[in-house]
Design a protein. Structure first.
Length: 196
């Protein structure tokens, strides 16, 4: 299994990145081929709305650091998206990637029963937030899940952690153990939606 991890946090040692690395390390120990990208270290633009990917091209026309990321995701079996909550949403770094995934959709995606150019993939979505109220920002994953399903991510795993401080030292050990278990489930082929 080939797993690509996209870290949306601008902080390399932040909570979401720490959980994603733990998941990735466990998956690698179980035999998965893993790679990761820290989006904040890359230089790229968001979708330009040019529709080139719907008018003759089957990939995004932009040639920047995100081109390699988009290609890696296309070749993967599973993708990990990791982000802290910034102003009630995913980070701008991850949102820029999400907008560029529009290039994965076929020109007739609105009416096509198989709208994506991608092969079916598994998804792990890791979300961390400082606020302890689990009802706040609970809409982030459901809001993007529909778009991700269009892209072919029909098996989704959510690992959400609330009430953690800015330092990864504040992460409970139980959260890291949940990342281990999720990696075992994904690499082992079980289908679950987890929210912690």
């Amino acid at each position: 299994m080939k797993i690509v991890t996209l870290m949306g946090s601008p902080r390399s040692q932040g909570n979401s990145s720490t959980i994603a690395r733990r998941f990735q390390d466990t998956a690698a120990a179980l035999g998965a081929e893993v790679s990761s990208f820290e989006l904040n270290r890359l230089t790229y633009r968001g979708c330009q709305g040019c529709y080139a990917c719907k008018q003759g091209l089957e990939q995004c026309i932009l040639n920047d650091d995100l081109s390699e990321v988009l290609a890696a995701v296309a070749e993967s079996d599973a993708v990990v998206l990791a982000t802290p909550v910034y102003y009630g949403d995913m980070t701008a770094q991850l949102k820029g990637f999400m907008d560029r995934t529009y290039s994965y959709l076929k020109p007739d995606y609105l009416s096509n029963p198989t709208p994506s150019r991608l092969s079916p993939k598994k998804l792990v979505f890791i979300i961390t937030q400082g606020h302890p109220d689990e009802t706040l920002f609970a809409d982030i994953f459901p809001r993007y899940d529909g778009f991700l399903k269009w892209l072919g991510f029909s098996e989704s795993h959510l690992l959400r952690v609330c009430g953690v401080g800015p330092s990864s030292n504040s992460l409970p050990e139980a959260t890291l153990l949940q990342a281990d278990e999720l990696a075992r489930q994904l690499v082992g082929g079980k289908n679950n939606l987890l929210a912690f």
